[in-house]
Design a protein around this ligand. Structure first.
Ligand SMILES: Nc1ncnc2c1ncn2[C@@H]1O[C@H](COP(=O)(O)OP(=O)(O)OP(=O)(O)O)[C@@H](O)[C@H]1O
Ligand SMILES: O=P(O)(O)OC[C@H]1O[C@](O)(CO)[C@@H](O)[C@@H]1O
Ligand SMILES: [Mg+2]
Length: 543
């Protein structure tokens, strides 16, 4: 008989559990997850009197709704998928836009743009170009049954699992043989927004280097995020290979970051004034929402501008991508905090180490860090509810760990257990809700609980938040940043706009921005990875 991830128990937890490992529950979770991960809109399904599922769509537009009563729903779903994942192109607005032979090729690394007056050097024989019709499959596993681990249901009855079909595919990233911008007419700008993330400088560096290889000479950095477009005191920073050559050796962003800032209309007006026709936007979901709005506004104003995003988030909360840059580094850096918590807890009499890691709405950093360290006894993430108090609460389990092991380590994501902390209505400059501090709450409640039950406990709290994201990228993130930065430039020269670059099944792709930011990517509590994490910690359910 199959067991479900959230039913794993330890000897500490010989407690009655909610009967959650039934197929209905599992199916519902998969059904919900399937929709959310493929972003089919917010759907509500009900059994109609005919016995079929009818789908209501809570969105204003019904474009993402599927009517499962339609016998052709599968092919319509596929067509709809292709339409949604088609990426916007300059020719949508400028059908007669001119094409030029690419100036990016292996043999000609630093073209002299003045020489292009009479036309571009003819192509050398090089097979490094990507065909515009190349695609990458979004799903590479052929699930033979809806109950196969990881299978996501498309329809409410969970009957359709042929997702590795060639229909679910996305545009392959890379250099094209023909380009839509003359390098000498390009003014490219780079902006970094939101919080810091390891690898920002690596991406900036690679974008500048690649632009130069195409022959672009006018490259600027916009200081301090979108704010740099409106704040008159902030001058744009000219960027050259010479300037960016070594910036990847330190963390942070050469350009600075910020939250909040001017309206989209003001940003586009500023771009028009400055003559910017390529904009590279490095940031998270908020920044990408901004990038997409900038793209739309440029279309509205009939500006021939390419807006290309590079997803930046240590939280790894962008949909459909294998991972985002900075995540691996964050997980690696978190090991040091977890190890310190472990050493402290292990060396103290009845020691308890609590480590809080980032993850506003997704627990990927906490989950992967716990898994990698093998030193964590309790991992708490936003996606999985828990109680602190009560017979199945975290504190009761901590008591058990102290009694049996003598020490314990808790790793908690910042967005976990928000129902257990006082809510504030405060928001940051970008409108993100300021979260309550669950790490401090766990520390305080643990101290109080052990005092009340008369068992000594030495609680140490570690919050390495900013140490983790301010460090420089590790080698694997450095390489990821290099490829993403290059592909961002290739995408812009290929005439795409309103896109972002990503890695999907180890291949590099372009996504239309709205498809990857409609909601944060979350840890699936039914996934094998969360199950692995539970296997490692040995923790019971805390509900
Ligand atoms: N819906 C939106 N439309 C236009 N601009 C937006 C939108 N949401 C956020 N922004 C702008 O994007 C910038 C960054 O947003 P935010 O502070 O939310 O960070 P983020 O990109 O989500 O990164 P992080 O992962 O660090 O939170 C801000 O300048 C903000 O004003
Ligand atoms: O303190 P700041 O700069 O607002 O950033 C904190 C946020 O950054 C994030 O890591 C996203 O990048 C969130 O998890 C976290 O809430
Ligand atoms: Mg965000």
């Amino acid at each position: 008989m199959e067991t479900l991830s959230h039913t794993i128990t330890t000897s500490a937890s010989a407690k009655p559990r909610l009967p959650r490992n039934d197929n209905v529950h599992r199916r519902l979770l998969r059904f919900r997850h399937g929709f959310s991960s493929l972003n089919l809109g917010t759907l509500r399904s009900q059994r109609s009197s005919s016995g079929f599922f009818k789908v209501e769509c809570s969105q204003q537009s019904s474009k993402n709704c599927i009517d499962f009563t339609d016998p052709d729903w599968k092919s319509k779903f596929q067509q709809d998928f292709e339409r949604r994942f088609n990426i916007p192109h300059i020719t949508d607005t400028f059908p007669d836009a001119h094409l030029f032979p690419s100036t990016f090729c292996l043999r000609m690394r630093t073209p002299v743009t003045e020489d292009f007056a009479e036309g571009y050097p003819s192509d050398e024989e090089w097979h490094g170009y990507i065909n515009n019709n190349d695609r990458v499959l979004l799903k590479v596993i052929h699930y033979s049954s809806p109950t196969s681990a990881g299978a996501e249901c498309i329809d409410p009855n969970c009957t359709w699992v042929e997702q590795c079909t060639y229909h679910l595919r996305v545009h392959r990233a890379g250099p094209r043989e023909k380009i839509y911008f003359k390098p000498e007419e390009v003014k490219a700008a780079i902006v970094t927004c939101g919080g810091l993330c390891p690898g920002l400088n690596d991406v900036i560096r690679q974008i500048v280097i690649t632009l130069e290889i195409y022959g672009v000479k006018n490259i600027v950095g916009i200081p301090f995020g979108y704010r740099g477009f409106s704040d008159k005191g902030l001058a744009e920073m000219p960027l050259l290979r010479k300037v960016v050559q070594n910036i990847h050796l330190s963390g942070g962003s050469l350009l600075g970051v910020s939250r909040g800032g001017p309206s989209v209309s003001d940003i586009v007006s500023s771009m028009e004034e400055r003559g910017i026709n390529m904009l590279f936007v490095l940031g998270g979901n908020g920044t990408h929402a901004g990038a997409n709005a900038i793209h739309d506004e440029c279309r509205k104003r009939k500006l021939k501008v390419a807006v290309v995003g590079v997803p930046k988030t240590i939280d790894n909360d962008i949909l459909l991508m294998d991972k985002t840059f900075g995540f691996d580094t964050a997980v690696e850096e978190a090991q040091r905090a977890i190890n310190s918590a472990y050493i402290e807890a292990h060396s103290a009499y009845h020691g308890i180490g609590v480590v809080k890691l980032m993850g506003r709405s997704s627990g990927f950093i906490a989950m992967q860090s716990s898994l990698a360290s093998g030193q964590v006894d309790i991992c708490l993430i936003p996606e999985v509810p828990f109680n602190l108090h009560g017979p199945h609460g975290v504190l009761r389990h901590l008591k058990y760990l102290i009694e049996t092991k003598g020490s314990a380590v808790v790793c908690v994501a910042e967005g976990a257990g928000q129902n257990l902390v006082e809510k504030t209505n405060a928001t940051d400059a970008s409108g993100n809700i300021v979260l309550g501090d669950i790490g401090v709450r766990i520390q305080q409640e643990t101290k109080k609980y052990f005092k009340e039950i008369g068992i000594p406990a030495d609680v140490k709290y570690i919050d390495p938040t900013y140490m983790i994201r301010a460090c420089r990228a590790n080698a694997s993130d450095g390489i990821l940043c290099t490829v993403l930065g290059q592909n961002a430039v290739h995408g812009a020269f290929a005439g795409y706009s309103g896109i972002t670059v990503g890695i999907c099944n180890t291949h590099y792709v372009y996504f239309p921005i709205p498809e990857v930011i409609s909601h944060p990517r979350e840890v699936d509590p039914n996934s094998r990875m969360w199950h692995r994490c539970l296997t490692s910690t040995g923790q019971p359910d805390f509900i």
